[in-house]
Write a protein that binds this ligand. Structure first.
Ligand code: ADE
Length: 276
């Protein structure tokens, strides 16, 4: 079970996200608990104001430190009141285009936490002083600027939640998909066998599991090379061709896979030369 607290000025943006599909099922099964908290409920301003103009001038409004800090303290207290060790640092994630770019590896790391707090900024952002005090992770979902942190928080929570054990059913395994092993996933097909005169690759109808595995690995390599050359290079660097001596010592299965990767590497190099 992972517990997630989202601090936002726009709680209703999360309604659809929390009430549909896999996330909703995970909440109902008590595998993920998600609370949405409105910063405005914590402002001391009599008119409910949470923002002000930035010192030094400039465009737009800035979220003030006080409501952000008090909302954070309230969430932290409720985490501790449930018996969490007060010494354990709870990760506080601030969604910002200035952060580290989110990745599957980061999702795997965060999915191991018991509690996560997401801080969604709006307008021109949040007063730097409160960020310095409470934020542990500055995360961006890509090099572009959105109007607020709510969509990025949903992207991250979706990615993290599906990694929590039990959230995906067996058939929805998180293991074989794109990014889980540094490669994009192979193409998939379902009924009918022929659609718009396109047939399903024969090997997938053969029932020969070893050949199917081999084909899928080849396709994953090819697809990664074509669509994400950066990922392909990183994968190839992490799986360099082994000297013949070391190969002999490995299990037959491991050797087959490595040899297969090597053949595909050669084939891709040939294809690349032809294309160029
Ligand atoms: N807030 C605005 N743009 C963002 C981005 N790209 N990632 C995370 N938070 C953001």
């Amino acid at each position: 079970m992972i517990r997630i607290d989202i601090l936002t000025l726009f709680p209703s943006m999360f309604d659809g996200f929390l009430n549909e599909s896999i996330i909703n099922r995970a909440i109902k099964r008590n595998l993920v608990q998600i609370n949405v908290i409105n910063f405005r409920d914590y402002t001391l301003d009599p008119h409910g104001k949470v923002d002000d103009t930035p010192y030094g001038g400039g465009a737009g409004m800035l979220m003030q430190a006080q409501p952000v800090y008090d909302a954070y303290r309230a969430v932290l207290e409720s985490i501790h009141s449930r018996g969490a060790c007060p010494d354990r640092k709870v990760r506080v994630i601030y969604m910002t285009p200035q952060g580290e770019v989110f990745s599957q590896q980061k999702a795997v790391e965060l999915a191991k936490e018991e509690d996560l707090i997401f801080l969604c900024g709006h307008y021109e952002g949040i007063d730097e002083r409160v960020l310095e005090e409470i934020v542990t992770d500055y995360i961006s979902i890509g090099d572009y600027v959105l109007t607020g942190g709510e969509l990025p928080a949903m992207v991250m929570i979706d990615t993290i939640s599906r990694l929590v054990p039990g959230v995906l059913n067996n058939g929805e395994s998180a293991q074989t998909e794109s990014h889980s092993d540094g490669l994009l996933e192979y193409p998939q097909y379902s009924r009918p066998e022929v659609w718009h005169e396109k047939t399903v690759p024969d090997v997938l109808l053969s029932g020969h599991h070893a050949n199917i595995e081999k084909w899928r690995h080849e396709q994953a390599l090819l697809r990664t090379q074509q669509r994400r050359p950066d990922m392909y290079s990183a994968y190839m660097e992490a799986h360099p061709p082994l000297p013949p001596k070391r190969r002999r010592r490995k299990s037959a299965n491991a050797v087959n896979k490595e040899e297969n990767t090597e053949k595909i590497r050669e084939k891709i190099q040939e294809d690349t030369c032809i294309i160029q």
